[in-house]
Ligand binder design. Structure first.
Ligand SMILES: NC(=O)c1ccc[n+]([C@@H]2O[C@H](COP(=O)([O-])OP(=O)(O)OC[C@H]3O[C@@H](n4cnc5c(N)ncnc54)[C@H](O)[C@@H]3O)[C@@H](O)[C@H]2O)c1
Ligand SMILES: O=C(O)C(=O)C[C@]1(C(=O)O)C=C[C@@H](O)C=C1
Length: 302
């Protein structure tokens, strides 16, 4: 039996549209309703027949849902939760896909007192945005981290876990603050570094924009992919996960200062030891099958 019969998705961009496509593929009998705040996105979602029904307001999208998933930028989670509150069925489970969790959990709890809220984060994505960027296999073999609040219904957690497993994800449960600390170093800091390095390169007087494009065939090109990620999404993530990001940034600054010293003093052993360790980490990620699922990394869309 399927964990949910009527799923409502608010926010039909990369993640919302990927969930819609994955539900269509893996749970074809589920009734899917969607809403997006941008009329152009609603229009496009209708054009590509993304879900069974597109609602023009967030409230109208949830009236008969048994699962509501908020797929909007982290900073919009609270306002969207407030907008669905009057129409939310008492027995519905509310979840989200935000990249940071503690702040979102607090915003949802404040907006929806008494509701069953189980926050989640599928650790899968790309640098692209919008309803055409999504694909059904995005979550295959990827982690989805659930961060249920203390005292959350175990049955609700189990149903949401079954939903994500049904879309092909592996599910882990974690405390929201621990999630935010781990993701600060594995996801948020790498994005900050990519935004910085691409910005620095384009600011350098002697490196003109055309040279940045011309010579970006190697490592720099990989940074530009990450630095092309959605500005609204990442602005909200850094503001929401400020404490954990600043803590990891401090640690990173100390480590880069140590490397600076090693380079200055010609300490090749320190450089070689670090580069050997990081090469082994990359290889073990690939061996564990945690390499990238994006279509341009050689896997199919569905
Ligand atoms: N992009 C990734 O790699 C990734 C991965 C995992 C989780 N996430 C999280 O998923 C969420 C969505 O990200 P995305 O990549 O799908 O972004 P996206 O920009 O592709 O889609 C977001 C959609 O939300 C809509 N929206 C914004 N504010 C709204 C509001 N107030 N009401 C209704 N709709 C609104 C936008 O119009 C847009 O269509 C974010 O919270 C992000 O942190 C993103
Ligand atoms: O592959 C990418 O483009 C991503 O940045 C995906 C990525 C990540 O950092 O791994 C980005 C944000 C998320 O919340 C989850 C996944």
């Amino acid at each position: 039996m399927l964990p949910f019969a009527r799923v409502s998705i608010i926010g039909l961009g990369l993640i919302g549209s990927s969930i819609a496509r994955a539900v269509r593929q893996h749970m074809p009998t589920v009734q899917l309703t969607g809403h997006d705040g941008d009329p152009a996105v609603r229009h496009r979602a209708r054009e590509i027949d993304l879900v069974d029904d597109i609602a023009d307001t967030p409230g109208a999208a949830v009236t008969d849902a048994d699962l509501v998933i908020l797929c909007v930028p982290v900073g919009a989670m609270g306002p969207v939760a407030e907008a669905i509150a009057p129409e939310l069925p008492a027995d519905a489970i509310v979840s989200d896909v935000g990249s940071s969790k503690a702040g979102v959990a607090a915003a949802l709890a404040a907006a929806l007192p008494g509701a069953t809220i189980i926050p989640a984060h599928p650790v899968a994505g790309t640098e692209n945005s919008g309803p055409d960027a999504g694909f059904a296999s995005l979550f295959h073999g990827r982690w989805c981290i659930l961060t249920p609040p203390e005292g959350a219904s175990e049955a609700a957690v189990a149903r949401l876990a079954a939903f994500w497993e049904g879309l092909g994800a592996k599910v882990e449960t974690m405390d929201a603050r621990h999630h935010d600390l781990v993701l600060a170093v594995t996801s948020h800091l790498p994005h900050l570094i990519a935004y910085t390095i691409v910005g620095t390169a384009s600011d350098l007087e002697e490196v003109t924009q055309s040279e940045v494009i011309k010579y970006s065939a190697g490592g720099f090109r990989d940074f530009t992919r990450i630095a092309a990620s959605d500005p609204t999404m990442w602005r909200d993530v850094f503001i929401a996960n400020k404490d954990a990001v600043l803590e990891m940034l401090q640690r990173f600054s100390e480590d880069i200062t140590a490397l600076q010293r090693a380079i200055r003093w010609g300490d090749g052993d320190t450089l070689f030891e670090l580069f050997t360790r990081t090469r082994a980490i990359r290889r073990s990620i690939i061996e564990q099958g945690q390499d990238d699922a994006r279509p341009d990394f050689g896997r199919s869309h569905d």
